[in-house]
Write a protein that binds this ligand. Structure first.
Ligand code: M6R
Length: 598
């Protein structure tokens, strides 16, 4: 959620490295930021707001070769300069991602040791605890070792120590990487912040202390024995980290979707059906599936449930990870637990995965970030191949998630012979045509017209039945998160059981109708709200339906693939509405790209 950057090397423009890094991390959390750097002492500069506010406070003439920086997404303590990082206590200065769960107890203990606290944060307590152990043992590595044993929760820490020319790093349940090049060594919570300098990356393991000097990276295990660092070359595409001329990352990522669909499917369909069957896990051995995820990934799971149940006849339950991890799981030896995550670091999803792994249940991660913890810890993994997603509101990763679910359903259907050869060929043909259809949908100019007519409303409803209901929920989340309009995705038949009382003159109701078998029912529900004054927008693949105030027509393809087209207009409408409302589209308020706390 927050972002960490650190540098120790021979370059003297460290402040530029820190600010550049913070700018690229800002998408992860952005209510305040700060840096610490060494001259003849450790200096700290912080600011509330965007990184550009911090930048204004920094004298670009300052030369230093060592420093750390942080973008904060507040968890403990309000958004303020005081609460923002870095924090300093005694000889220790730190930046921290994560939450120290037992910080109140530690704080009480430290108060008895005469420590005083100026902030409401768990981070200041963490800093004081390290200082306490450092003063006690006179050795920073021993101090960090004791710190790791004492605290509960999650942390990724970059640490500076008075009168010590090294940086230190430790982590638990929150990612941290170290990168190196001939100029020096870098620490970050996300490889994107160092992609300009190096693709030679070390993923710091838990319970390992990193000592980073200007020239070397040394690692120490929990017994403080030195262990060999393992750097790997990773592929960080510059194009992914760039807006490529688009006004926003979200718009660029929407335009990426035709290419993403090809990348996702090409992993499995390069040799017609044979490759699809060969390269996927063997799903036919499971008699039930649990899909566990958060936010949009959870909505993708709902689409997955419809597709797998319809085409593969395996019962699927879809659960929100923060609920699943604390309830009694009803799985058996033939259960597959699928966790879905763009970032691969979502704390609740990771906890659900670990729970299933601990219970010896087969687990499959559907993940975008290939180097993430969920990728590494899932017993089986399918990558989304969506490329780096920077906008907080997910678009292309969601599209890749529902694409993977369509491929899983197809894989099982082929193996179980629940689809005819003719239908399989239709699906394979549609897969080939789909990128062009996506391009055509993007090019339509109806979205701005619709946005102009709905953007001033306080409430918007999206309704659908079956798989269209799952898409309505995702469309509503998209609108909510970037345009701050109260928006609900509803099962079309359910409105009249209460919610219809909210319909007033001109309340927008967006109906999604892509399934011939039930479209008529949804049309009746739209008529019901229209007669109460609602403004009706229809998204349909049925050329015969046209009784809407505004109509978005999308191509009709096989039902297994239809959601991949249907979601696109919803994403574009959200973007256009947020633009008209002058919202910060890529960094909506209160949100963070990767939710690494509970
Ligand atoms: O990285 P993940 O896919 O695990 O993230 C899950 C949710 O936090 C995420 O989908 C969130 O709902 C997005 N902001 C939605 O656009």
């Amino acid at each position: 959620m927050c972002g960490i950057i650190g540098y120790n090397g021979k370059r003297i423009d460290t402040l530029k490295i820190l600010i550049d890094g913070l700018n690229s991390l800002e998408y992860r959390g952005y209510d305040s930021s700060g840096i610490a750097f060494k001259t003849n002492k450790i200096n700290i500069i912080k600011s509330v707001g965007k990184v550009c506010e911090l930048e204004k406070k920094i004298d670009s003439n300052i030369k230093t070769n060592i420093g750390i920086g942080h973008t904060r997404w507040a968890t403990h303590g309000k958004v303020s300069e005081l609460n923002s990082h870095p924090h300093n206590v005694g000889d220790i200065t730190i930046v921290h991602n994560g939450i120290i769960e037992n910080f109140k107890d530690i704080r009480n203990d430290l108060l008895k040791q005469n420590y005083k606290f100026n902030t409401e944060t768990d981070t200041e307590v963490a800093c004081a605890l390290i200082d306490y152990y450092y003063k006690k043992y006179k050795d920073i590595k021993i101090a960090l070792n004791h710190f790791e044993k004492k605290v509960r929760g999650s942390f990724a820490l970059a640490i500076m120590v008075n009168n010590n020319d090294n940086l230190y790093a430790i982590r638990k349940n929150s990612p941290l990487i170290i990168a190196k090049n001939k100029d020096g060594n870098y620490i970050s919570s996300d490889s994107i912040a160092v992609s300009k300098y190096s693709n030679n990356i070390l993923y710091l393991e838990e319970n390992v202390i990193a000592e980073i000097s200007a020239k070397s990276v040394k690692l120490f295990n929990k017994d403080l024995k030195e262990i060999k660092p393992k750097f790997t070359k990773i592929d960080i595409s510059k194009e992914d980290a760039d807006k490529c001329g688009y006004a926003h990352y979200m718009l660029k990522e929407i335009h990426d979707e035709p290419r993403v669909f090809k990348n996702t499917t090409n992993q499995f369909i390069y040799n017609q059906i044979e490759s699809l069957l060969k390269d996927m896990p063997n799903f036919t051995k499971y008699n039930n599936i649990h899909i566990v995820a958060c936010g949009s990934a959870y909505h993708a799971g709902l689409v997955g449930k419809y597709l797998i149940e319809e085409y593969a006849s395996i019962p699927v339950t879809v659960e929100i990870a923060s609920e699943y991890r604390y309830k009694k799981p009803f799985y058996n030896k033939k259960t597959l637990v699928i966790v879905v995550s763009q970032s691969g670091e979502t704390a609740d999803t990771l906890a659900a995965l670990r729970m299933a792994n601990d219970d010896n249940i087969d687990t499959l991660g559907i993940v975008n970030v290939e180097t993430s913890t969920i990728s590494r810890e899932s017993k089986m993994v399918i990558y989304l191949k969506a490329g780096k997603e920077i906008a907080v509101a997910t678009t292309k990763a969601y599209l890749a998630q529902i694409t993977v679910f369509a491929l899983i359903a197809l894989n099982i259907a082929i193996k179980n012979k629940t689809l005819s050869e003719k239908e399989i060929n239709t699906i394979l043909n549609d897969i080939n045509k789909l990128p062009v259809y996506l391009e055509e949908i993007i090019k339509q100019d109806i979205y701005q017209i619709i946005a102009t007519n709905i953007y001033k409303n306080d409430n918007i409803f999206l309704i659908g039945r079956g798989i269209d209901y799952a898409l309505a929920m995702e469309g509503a989340l998209k609108l909510k998160e970037i345009s701050y309009i109260n928006c609900q995705g509803y099962a079309a038949g359910e409105l009249k059981h209460g919610t219809i009382s909210l319909i007033e003159k001109n309340t927008p109701v967006i109906g999604i109708l892509t399934d011939d078998n039930i479209s008529e029912k949804t049309i009746s529900n739209l008529e019901e709200v229209k007669s109460r004054g609602a403004l009706i927008v229809g998204i349909t693949n049925d050329t015969k339906i046209n009784n809407f105030d505004y109509l978005i027509s999308i191509p009709k393809i096989h039902k297994l693939l239809q959601p991949i087209l249907t979601i696109l207009p919803l994403q574009i409408i959200s973007y256009e509405v947020a633009k008209l409302r002058k919202c910060d589209i890529d960094k909506p308020k209160n949100l963070a790209k990767s939710v690494t706390v509970e």
